[in-house]
Design a protein around this ligand. Structure first.
Ligand code: SF4
Length: 370
């Protein structure tokens, strides 16, 4: 391509913004048989083609027709590997954070979390987040926009490549959790999951290895329950006291605990699957014996596991992680109540890659925060 070609392509709409149905309509409008839409999807995502010229199963005429109207633009890694800081724990299997630039210049962060058995990608469904949870850096940066499905699949491809380069093995799990609330971008999240789980694509993963993490948006939980998606669901509870929860997560006013409990029970019934209740222990805020009792009472109403996580301190935020003896007492109380509890050691805090710490830098060019 000449520089003039590049300039012209930059003005063309991005074909990756079309979903599968829209790709089918496009091919139909071009008078192509139905199966060509599947081929186009496979070229774009199965083969991760970056131009139309390489789509060798298409006639030269079709390739040039597409290239005259559409461009292919992807999300790209701005910073990674040695350019990004690595966790200070000295562990070779260290958490890594990628700064990803979307085609319009917006930035999101994605995190690679390795462990002995797993290689987990934590990806962002939104640039920023409108929900303003009080403990979360993303919430404080405001909302920019929902991501297209391809901007989520591109994060996965980038993290998979990063995992291969760093550790010689690919992703085993994906979590929709990074920046933003996935259930506020459901159509595109579902579209992205459809692509990620497409068999025989260069990257493919089983739906059961994908987890959607929400702060508890009831319409989204109901939709997932009814969708037939075989993904897992994690719900951030953080307090089973309605007033405290509203202070931590303002959206809880709209979706009170009683209704949330009913939505989870509906999910359990429809899918036969448990949910994971995620609870972040905050010193002096939600870590008392009364808090544990309320959490146990809530959890016993539904089919669930409880995942306790440490709070990762953020500069200028008032919250602190719970002390270890308080945490141990909290865990014992839940275990005594007969609940299934795991305590997750936080990873990535040293590079602000841990839960609630993701916030892109101030400029759209990857410059340092002001
Ligand atoms: S915790 Fe999640 S939902 Fe809440 S503000 Fe942060 S990104 Fe948004």
């Amino acid at each position: 391509m000449t520089s003039t070609d590049h300039q012209e392509a930059a003005l063309l709409p991005n074909i990756k913004e079309l979903n599968r149905k829209q790709l089918a309509d496009l091919m139909a409008d071009l008078g192509e048989p139905k199966f060509r839409a599947g081929q186009l999807h496979r070229w774009l995502y199965g083969m991760q083609a970056q131009d139309f010229e390489s789509m060798s199963s298409f006639s030269l005429g079709l390739r040039s027709k597409l290239a005259s109207v559409w461009a292919i633009r992807s999300a790209t890694v701005v910073r990674a590997d040695s350019e990004m800081p690595v966790s200070a724990d000295g562990n070779p299997s260290t958490t890594a954070k990628l700064l990803i630039k979307l085609p319009d210049g917006e930035l999101v962060e994605s995190v690679l979390i390795p462990s002995e058995e797993r290689m987990t990608a934590c990806i962002s469904p939104q640039a920023g987040c409108p929900l303003q949870c009080s403990f979360c850096a993303t919430g404080h940066m405001g909302f920019r926009r929902n991501l297209f499905a391809f901007e989520m699949t591109d994060q996965v491809y980038a993290l998979n490549e990063e995992a291969q380069n760093r550790y010689g093995r690919g992703l085993t799990n994906i979590v929709f959790m990074g920046m933003g609330e996935p259930l506020l971008n459901m159509d595109n999240v579902i579209e992205a999951i459809g692509t990620m789980t497409e068999q025989n694509y260069r990257f493919c993963i089983g739906a059961k290895r994908i987890s959607i993490s929400t702060v508890g948006l009831i319409p989204g939980i109901v939709r997932i329950a009814e969708s037939g998606l075989r993904t897992k669901l994690a719900i951030s509870i953080h307090s089973a006291d309605q007033q405290k929860r509203e202070k931590l997560m303002p959206v809880a006013r709209q979706y009170p605990l009683d209704e949330l409990g009913r939505a989870i029970a509906f999910y359990n019934e429809k899918t036969g699957q448990p949910v994971t209740l995620v609870y972040m222990l905050l010193a002096g805020i939600n870590d008392t014996a009364d808090d544990a009792r309320k959490l146990a009472r809530f959890a016993k109403r539904v089919f669930c596991k409880i995942n306790l996580i440490d709070y990762n301190p953020i500069v200028n935020f008032k919250f602190k992680p719970a002390y270890s003896d308080t945490r141990n007492a909290f865990v014992s109380q839940l275990l005594d109540a007969g609940l299934h509890v795991t305590v997750r050691k936080s990873q990535g805090a040293a590079i602000n890659a841990a839960c609630g710490q993701l916030a892109t830098l101030s400029g759209n060019d990857g410059s340092k925060p002001q």
